[in-house]
Design a protein around this ligand. Sequence first.
Ligand SMILES: Nc1ncnc2c1ncn2[C@@H]1O[C@H](COP(=O)(O)OP(=O)(O)OP(=O)(O)O)[C@@H](O)[C@H]1O
Length: 761
Amino acid sequence: MTNWENERECEQKRIEVVIDKVTKMEHQLKQSAGEATSDIVSIRKRFWEDVTVNVENEDETIETVASINQQTELLSERERRQKHSMKQIAVLNRLRTSPYFARIDFHEKDMKESEQIYIGIGTFYDEEREEFLIYDWRAPISSVYYDFSPGPATYTAPSEKVSGELLLKRQFIIRNGVLEGMFDTGEAIRDDLLQEVLGKQANTQMKSIVATIQREQNIIIRNEKSRLLLVQGAAGSGKTSAAMQRIAYLLYRYREKMSAENILLFSPNPLFNSYVANVLPELGEDNMQQTTFQQYLLAMLGGNFEIEDVFDQLEFVLNNKGSLKYTTRMNSIQYKSSLNYLQGMNEYLETLKSEGLVFKHIKVRGKLLVSAMEISKYFYELGSEKSIPNRLQIVSGWLLKKIKKFEKLERKEAWVEEEIQYLEKEDYLRSYRIANKQQDERDSFDEVEQEQRILSEYVVKKRFKPLYRKIKSLDFLDVRSIYKKMLETEWPVTDWKEIRSLTIHELSNGRLLYEDATPFLYMKKQLEGFATNSQIRFLFIDEAQDYSPFQFAFLKNLFPKSKLTILGDFNQTIYAHGNNEGLDILTYLFEKNETEKVILNRSYRSTKEIVEFTKSLLLDGSQIEPFNRQGKKPVLVYCENQEHHTSEVLKKTKEFIESGHKTIAIICKTQAETNLAYEELKGKMELKRIGVGKTTFTDGVMIIPSYLAKGIEFDAVIIYNASEDQYGLESERKLLYTSCTRAMHELCICFTGEMSPFIPH
Ligand SMILES: Nc1ncnc2c1ncn2[C@@H]1O[C@H](COP(=O)(O)OP(=O)(O)OP(=O)(O)O)[C@@H](O)[C@H]1O
């Protein structure tokens, strides 16, 4: 037996020992989790039996409350323990089939012996031998595996920097307890393992990459210092992957102080939300909070406005090029996304301190209670040394008091009498009960009069209730009119008159264009006071090139205490409001010494041939470096006419299915094109159409608009009609690039007429 075979055998034996111990531990935990479950069930059942309820006097009541608290505490402690055990069981379950993926032998300086560290997705401690049989990949010492080749190495333990020598770096492929591959490596991460991982089929769910994290990705994952961590990375360079592992790392690193609720990810679309939903649970962690910017806008403004969807805005831009409307709209989008607009708004907001705020009349049943003029007068008399939000709060208090008086007077009005006649039975009964109760508390009582009084109070209160709510939420401020008024001033942008009338027209019909939604919300929050979010400690923004500078400034205001991780690729800027100048524009958000920027140039998703092709679509893609995984060259298919195009798309799809690809995407430019193409193809093959409302992926052949394929990948991609007509404008270059870079193993580009000028011949 050679030395290597010997080593391999020893490693296989160790795997078996570890698996055996893991299995035992899992068994024990399951047993105690089972006991805990029955404990919880019985505590719930007995809850009220074990509580002594007595509210006869103050002392007894205090005792009752204490006894309820004690039971609740007991129950939640058991539930916490139970949840923790279930998580541990899930991790052990995974360790049982593949306990670890790497081993490092590290000789710490001034220590007699070196240590063998086996690294897996979770920690496993052997109580008997009092040693760690598996180290979590996020443990400080595990970073040596990602950061160093054999030779001198260091890592940062919580309190100190540890140096020493890395003597061995070994990687394993273990499946179902069997050692299928083992490599000792001199390089950062040996390519064999990465080759094997990347050569696999695409999945409808993103997977974790902990076994093959690259050094530059590890910098992103373990960064703790920066307030702003900026990641500019090529398509497929692992930005989203690094973000997900970073979240898992932070949850581990700050496990005593923070949970998944303190992390928020802004993602590009709801499909993407489900695409990444498994990564953290696979690593034994809960998912972070997740939203899209659109969902956020809807939650904030959706009650009062119909907000244009960002995808509808894009559809408009892509389907109307060349028209007059298009030019106006583009100017509108670009200006309202800029920091110049933000600055202009800030200047306007400043003037509102002394005049110009618009208020609404306060009315009930068409009767004017307080006029807008009166409110305005009261507001401005409070003096400009107080901030606008503070003054609005004072006005709110003043109005509430005033309304209370009106409410009392209103009880005598005729409409109240009338409304009482139409009251529901329950309302009558309710007032009767109240009347009875009040009678007990008084000496004399005129039943009819009393009941009438209570009913009229009830009717008026009900009528006034929404008004109180509105006043408390400062709804007497007419932000819509203020925004319109602001637009009536002159702004230094081409087509301002047209932009203004378009925006005002939309606003008057209760609609907000997407480019106005953030500025509008910004104005509203500046006036009413920014309720900042302190729950979120780490904010992640993926596909950051899709956010405008204005939106970033807004988010910074919203999460002033959070650390930001912003990941993007300016070569994939597909929205008209997007950030074409790269992410550097964001550095104005924080001080220089609080910011770190990482550039990822290596692209892992696609084969070398596909990356070589896609980088040539760009004006300057020279920085992008493919990972060395060989595959077929992308294919260009010229089609004489639409009919021919359809038959080629069908033919190619069939070929892809026959070569064993599981996820195949036919990517169209727009939803409109997707719909047309779907109608053409649907009877001829099994095909799923993906649209904006869709929230999950499935295997098989999909037809999808380019912008919904963002952030996601497929085994094989067919670009639907990459003609000059479709992808001829400079702004469409990046759209084509984004679509082509979704392919992992094969790419086919069909077109009719002239081919897009961005595709090299
Ligand atoms: N270190 C790694 N080990 C294994 N696979 C990796 C690694 N880094 C990236 N990948 C794989 O490369 C593919 C692309 O990764 P990811 O989606 O994170 O890239 P991205 O930069 O967000 O891409 P895009 O901007 O194009 O959406 C995924 O399949 C991911 O699993």
